[in-house]
Design a protein around this ligand. Structure first.
Ligand code: ADP
Length: 256
């Protein structure tokens, strides 16, 4: 593994992100300060339109904040040139998407190795095989993604996200396209990547059960951090979400 500083995996300092201009300006993030320590599993939740995608895009260097700074492993990334940012995303950040995003024409092993290939480094076939074994697909390296189930494809995507030993893995609704049982397996794998491989995972999800696999759940509302739960369970996460979605009713209920 590359030598690492003691800096947090990701740090957000006073991040804002606005779209549009003048009266039509939308303030998607209104000032977020956040420290994500290494080796943690963080879930991000919030009502639709609360800024989850914008947060993920800014934190992962896919989008630039309007103001504020994102630090990856202590390095400020928001003002890097596009080519440097692309290089950094390829080598230091892993991605897992709802729709798997595997390349159908490549084998499973080639898909796992793709980030290394794109980063222009050595392709470590032994590590790819080791990761495929860890995600429960030791015999599947020569198959094509189309020959695998959705759950198996997501396992491959997790192996691919880990191949560069990234400082952080961003997972965007990784269980959104999976049935409940398969979703549990995929969440178990993300949990294991954190617990046994030292990965740092940040997952955006709508699902309180999925979020309960994390160490910490962050709640966004209207572009700001609106709460946090440590050691979450599905019931407490769902209760927090319900309160965010209907604050007026919640408070009316509390006052009654
Ligand atoms: P979430 O992921 O929680 O649904 P988003 O980050 O997608 O929230 O959106 C936050 C706010 O920013 C919403 O009001 C949304 O309409 C707005 N928004 C997001 N992307 C754009 C864009 N490209 N142009 C204009 N407004 C946007």
């Amino acid at each position: 593994m590359r030598p690492r500083s003691e800096a947090p995996a990701i740090e957000l300092r006073a991040i804002t992100r606005s779209y549009g201009r003048g009266a039509a300006t939308v303030h998607a993030l209104r000032g977020m300060d956040l420290v994500l320590p290494r080796g943690g599993f963080t879930a991000v939740m919030g009502p639709s339109g609360s800024g989850k995608s914008t947060f993920l895009q800014c934190a992962a260097g896919l989008d630039r904040p309007t103001s504020g700074e994102v630090l990856l492993g202590g390095e400020a990334i928001s003002h890097l040139r596009e080519d440097r940012l692309t290089e950094l995303r390829r080598s230091r950040i892993g991605f897992v998407f709802q729709s798997f995003n595997l390349l159908p024409s490549l084998t499973v092993a080639q898909n796992v190795l793709l980030p290394q290939r794109l980063a222009g480094g050595r392709q470590d076939r032994r590590l790819a095989q080791e990761l495929l074994t860890q995600v429960g697909l030791p015999e599947h390296g020569d198959r094509r993604p189309g020959q695998l189930s959705g759950g198996q494809q997501q396992r491959v995507a997790i192996a691919r996200a880990l191949i560069t030993r990234p400082e952080v893995v961003f997972a965007d609704e990784p269980t959104g396209a999976l049935d409940t049982r398969t979703a549990q397996e995929v969440l178990g794998l993300l949990r294991r990547a954190v617990d046994s491989m030292g990965a740092t995972v940040v997952m955006v999800t709508h699902d309180p059960v999925a979020a309960s696999h994390a160490d910490r759940v962050l709640f966004l509302a209207d572009g700001v951090l609106a709460g946090e739960l440590r050691h979450p369970d599905p019931q407490s996460v769902a209760a927090h979400m319900a309160a965010l979605a209907a604050p007026a009713r919640h408070f009316a209920g509390a006052a009654a």
